[in-house]
Design a binder for this molecule. Structure first.
Ligand code: PMP
Length: 284
């Protein structure tokens, strides 16, 4: 695998980071994951906009313009083999003597790698996945795509330990924010319900796409605070992310969601998502 590190492309086995990198010492950095279909980055400008938001959130200057990022990303995609890739981009505050305060002259560390993108297989689309619920005990800036993912790691492991695919997070014992590594939608009486984007969740690019395609198809939608009770009494639950696209959650905390099978809204949105992807890729 060829990766990009601080201005150079190299085999991953040759990429080295000094131990005093603030990403290693403090988790002081941000990242992006960009899906690449047929070698073309999907919704690239949206991902770069979110990257800028994350960088602003940690007060780190963007080392590149959008045009420069686009060029570097395309170069990395070209240097890797798969047609569909999962591009990971990571920026830290650089290498400096260990001290919490921002270093004066540190140069940001920029790392990118790209792996083959494997979207969910047909069997998983047909069965849906199981999820568990847990208390959202993360910080109050979940809108920043921070590399410090320990809370998300621990929350996701709750699902793994229960043999489930995702953990649905409930804040303050009262409302749903998102998944440990995905956004969550609720379907009730034919209406698609989504939590509003704010500091308590990551503004998912797939989340935006799903709301856009639902709106274009005339599917009723409400973007508003979603009570935990609505999650537990949903007709359908959906999970979205750049790598999982749209997936049905068919079991929650060991209980079937409705009849335990992916529902009509899932089928429709999955199809719309595939159509949308095809359209966008044809145009770019
Ligand atoms: N929320 C969290 C916490 C995530 O880590 C992710 C991405 N893995 C998402 C939501 C989904 O975002 P996107 O659709 O941009 O992949």
């Amino acid at each position: 695998m060829t990766v990009y590190l601080n201005g150079q492309f190299m085999p991953i086995t040759e990429a080295r980071i000094p131990v005093l990198d603030r990403g290693f010492i403090f988790g002081d950095g941000v990242y992006e994951v960009i899906p690449v279909y047929s070698r073309r980055p999907f919704r690239l400008l949206d991902h770069l906009k979110r990257l800028q938001h994350s960088l602003d959130g940690i007060r780190l200057q963007n080392p590149h313009s959008d045009a420069e990022w686009a060029q570097l990303i395309q170069e990395l995609v070209t240097r890797n083999e798969a047609e569909d890739q999962y591009l990971y981009l990571h920026i830290t505050r650089g290498v400096a003597k260990r001290d919490h305060a921002f270093p004066k002259n540190a140069v940001p560390t920029i790392f990118m790698m790209s792996n083959p993108l494997l979207t969910p297989p047909a069997a998983l689309l047909a069965s849906g996945v199981s999820a568990v619920s847990a208390v959202d005990n993360r910080w109050l800036r979940c809108d920043i795509k921070a590399i410090a993912l320990l809370p998300n790691v621990l929350l996701r492991q709750i699902a793994v330990d229960a043999g489930a695919a995702e953990t649905i997070l409930i804040r303050d014992d009262s409302f749903m924010t998102e998944g440990a590594a995905s956004n969550i939608f609720v379907v009730k009486n034919g209406v698609l319900l989504a939590p509003p984007k704010n500091h308590l969740m990551l503004p998912g690019i797939t989340y935006d796409v799903v709301l856009e395609i639902a709106q274009a198809a005339g599917i009723p939608q409400e973007v508003r605070k979603i009570a935990a009770s609505e999650v537990f009494n949903a007709d359908e639950l959906l999970l979205t992310s750049s790598t999982k696209e749209v997936l049905a959650i068919t079991t929650l905390d060991g209980k079937a969601v409705d009849n335990g099978k992916p529902g009509k809204m899932f089928m429709q949105l999955h199809q719309l998502y595939q159509d949308y992807k095809r359209d966008v890729m044809r145009k770019t």
